[in-house]
Design a protein around this ligand. Structure first.
Ligand code: SF4
Length: 187
């Protein structure tokens, strides 16, 4: 892991990864460099269906400004994005569509479930609403709240960044990850 460098009271730079340094050289491991790059260039795919999506719009706007985290580029093509952000009530009819979007994303991909509805069905304990998106796809970070404030969404996003930074390059090829996907019927 790298330690951030404080430039002044307002600006903080990402530090260099741990490794060996000398006169004119720096050596570290490949996964630390990849983790650093991935963490600071996450491309989110917003899957927003209701009110929590409005909080996401506020998170993207100038006051909270998700672009500060290297995620200015919100994409609506699953093939180009690596973070699926699910925000809002997901009806059971919509479940297969959400799963298809997830499957169309290339590895490595992460999922953040924003708000009570996406996490657990929220107040809609009813026949037509999916009681949590983790019934159909694996979730990496849950953000509670109805709706969560933009600060909470940013906090969840930073948790995702920690996971992305620390993830080993071989994790996606391991048996545990394959078992996790198999549990969702994904090969
Ligand atoms: S968690 Fe609350 S604010 Fe978010 S989509 Fe559900 S009802 Fe709306």
């Amino acid at each position: 892991m790298s330690r951030p460098v404080q430039y002044n009271n307002f600006v903080k730079f990402e530090g260099i990864p741990e490794g060996y340094q000398g006169e004119g050289f720096m050596a570290t491991s490949f996964d630390k460099v990849i983790g650093l790059a991935r963490k600071n260039s996450i491309w989110p795919l917003p899957f927003a269906t209701s009110c929590c999506g409005i909080e996401f719009m506020a998170t993207m706007a100038s006051h909270y400004d998700l672009a500060r985290f290297g995620s200015e580029r919100v994409g609506f093509s699953p093939r180009q994005c690596d973070l699926l952000m699910v925000m809002g009530t997901i009806a059971k009819k919509m479940g297969p569509i959400l799963k298809q979007v997830y499957l169309q994303m290339a590895e490595p991909r992460w999922v953040i479930s924003v708000g009570a509805c996406a996490c657990s069905g929220g107040i809609f304990d009813t026949y037509s609403v999916l009681q949590g998106i983790d019934q159909i796809i694996p979730v990496d970070v849950y953000v509670p709240g109805c709706p969560p404030r933009p600060e909470a969404i940013l906090d969840g996003f930073m948790k995702i960044q920690e996971l992305v930074h620390a993830e080993g390059l071989r994790r996606r090829h391991g048996d545990r990850y394959k078992e996790l996907l198999a549990g969702y019927g994904i090969e």
